[in-house]
Design a protein around this ligand. Structure first.
Ligand code: GLN
Length: 486
């Protein structure tokens, strides 16, 4: 089945003329029709456009001039990235009918690489959440157990790849939103270094943290998609002008002599024993492949979560001020005056979690409290950054769990604090701006995937991917697929 193949396998079929992009696009669209009513990964399916893009790719292969390894590959995109002429909702009522007049740079780059875009993927509203339960429209299901969440906020992007509803996808990660759902869905999810990938056309949540990255069925696919989207963009002043290495070329280099750090502070009370066992076994596997491991200390880890939940809402409260019923998106009619229109629109357009964050953030930034909350959080952020700097003087990568537990049941985490605790191992990486990947690191007794997180130095995605690939090649976790029938 074409939908079961990885990007690199599918690219091989196209090259050898054993399959065409149109066949692949149709296979995915048929599977979406059959299965997505169960999984609910897609917010919008763009079947006609996808088939037109696939036909253009067919012609390139027929003329012997394909554009590269992504040519004709069916991909899908989190609904937080602008797509010209295709509605971009951020899973929010306030943007329910928003149709952007331009493509995000990452979308342009995928289209330039020949990719076929199947549609837009469900998420937590404005990327705030860890389960997709905050989507204003519906909750995505975990393909491994439909009663459980796929993680979030890029839950649709992770579930789509896990259920073979797209060959690979794009998500975004502000505090863990690529790595956590990748862990919950048993797939590969990479958050690049802050500045590695353009955010032009990404609807902003917390601008000092947001980053776009790929989900793949395996490490090679994540490397291929990262290759296509990475690089400096004059349209995004936070994108950094550093060279992008050939990630695929360095992938098979192995880990002999590589120094791996194990952060003591990531093995805490509350860590699921099965997750801990899987991560410790993974370290042994890497040692068996020639890596050296040592304990490192990231002493400010426990303060990262609190700092994030001040900084991210503060930035969100500012970024979300633009949804005022005037410029775009929803406007609730019947208001007495302008202020009444603002409050009716924002009251009806935002969900509970978004309102909570806007209020928290506004409070944290208000005169008299700014230093006590926002200023303090920024100082903690610096301490977290220094922790990593010190650790990376001694090691090349850090290996840790992605999340304290595996996918939880829908409706199980109603207390926001319980939900926030999910992010304790992913947030410090965002605060420090570093690259991190989550890859399949095993399964629990009950058959739920466990995520293994590999964290690297700034702009050293190549080493992160090389370690990930070495582990993947030595294990078979990524080959396991959820059992799904329409
Ligand atoms: N779960 C975290 C939050 O709710 C992270 C979200 C994200 O990375 N977009 O903020």
């Amino acid at each position: 089945m074409l939908t079961g193949l990885s990007v690199h396998e599918l690219a091989g079929r196209f090259r050898r003329k054993e399959a065409t992009p149109t066949q692949a696009a149709r296979a995915y669209l048929d599977r979406i029709t059959a299965l997505d009513p169960k999984i609910k990964a897609y917010m919008t399916v763009t079947a006609d456009r996808a088939l037109a893009q696939a036909a253009a790719a067919d012609a390139r292969f027929q003329s012997g001039r394909p554009l590269g390894l992504l040519d004709g590959i069916p991909l899908a995109i989190k609904d937080v990235l602008c797509t010209r002429g295709i509605r971009t909702t951020c899973s929010s009522r306030i943007l329910e009918n928003f149709v952007p007049p331009y493509d995000a740079t990452v979308v342009t780059k995928l289209l330039d690489a020949g990719a076929v875009i199947l549609g837009k993927l469900n998420m937590d509203e404005f990327a705030m959440g860890s389960s997709t339960e905050n989507s204003a429209f519906f909750t995505t299901r975990n393909p491994w157990d439909l009663a459980r969440v796929p993680g979030g906020s890029s839950g649709g992007a992770a579930a789509a790849v896990a259920a073979d509803l797209a060959a690979a996808t794009l998500g975004t990660d502000t505090g863990g939103s690529i790595r956590q759902p990748a862990a919950f869905c048993g797939r590969v999810g990479l958050k690049p270094t802050y500045g590695r990938v353009s955010r032009y056309g990404l609807v902003a949540f917390a601008s000092s943290l947001d980053q776009v990255g790929p989900f793949g069925k395996d490490v090679r696919d994540a490397a291929l998609v990262l290759q296509a989207i990475a690089g400096h963009d004059p349209m995004d002043s936070t994108s950094v002008d550093v060279g992008v290495p050939d990630y695929s070329a360095e992938l098979e280099g192995g880990v002999k002599g590589l120094r791996i750090g194990i952060p003591a502070e990531y093995f805490i009370e509350g860590l699921d024993p099965e997750v801990e066992a899987a991560v410790r076994a993974a370290v042994e596997t890497l040692r068996g492949l020639g890596a050296e491991s040592q304990s490192v200390s990231l002493p400010h880890t426990e303060y990262g979560l609190a700092a994030y939940y001040v900084i991210a809402p503060a930035e969100a409260s500012s970024n979300l001020a633009r949804y005022d019923g005037v410029k775009y998106g929803l406007r609730v009619p019947g208001a007495r005056d302008l202020i009444d229109m603002y409050s009716r629109t924002r009251g009806a357009g935002f969900g509970a979690e978004v309102k909570r964050r806007v209020m928290l953030g506004t409070y944290a930034l208000s005169a008299g409290y700014y230093d006590a909350y926002y200023g303090k959080a920024l100082r903690v952020r610096t301490l977290v950054q220094r922790d990593f700097q010190r650790a990376f003087e001694r090691v090349d990568v850090i290996v840790a769990p992605t999340t304290p537990g595996v996918a939880f049941k829908m409706g199980e985490r109603e207390d926001p604090l319980q939900m926030y605790l999910n992010d304790v191992f992913t947030i410090p990486v965002n605060l420090a701006g570093l690259p991190g990947v989550s890859i399949p690191g095993g399964f629990t007794q009950t058959g739920l995937p466990v995520g293994l997180q590999i964290i690297g130095k700034a702009f050293d995605e190549a080493t992160v991917l090389r370690v990930a690939r070495a582990y993947e090649a030595a294990t078979a976790w990524h080959e396991r697929k959820p059992e799904l029938t329409a």
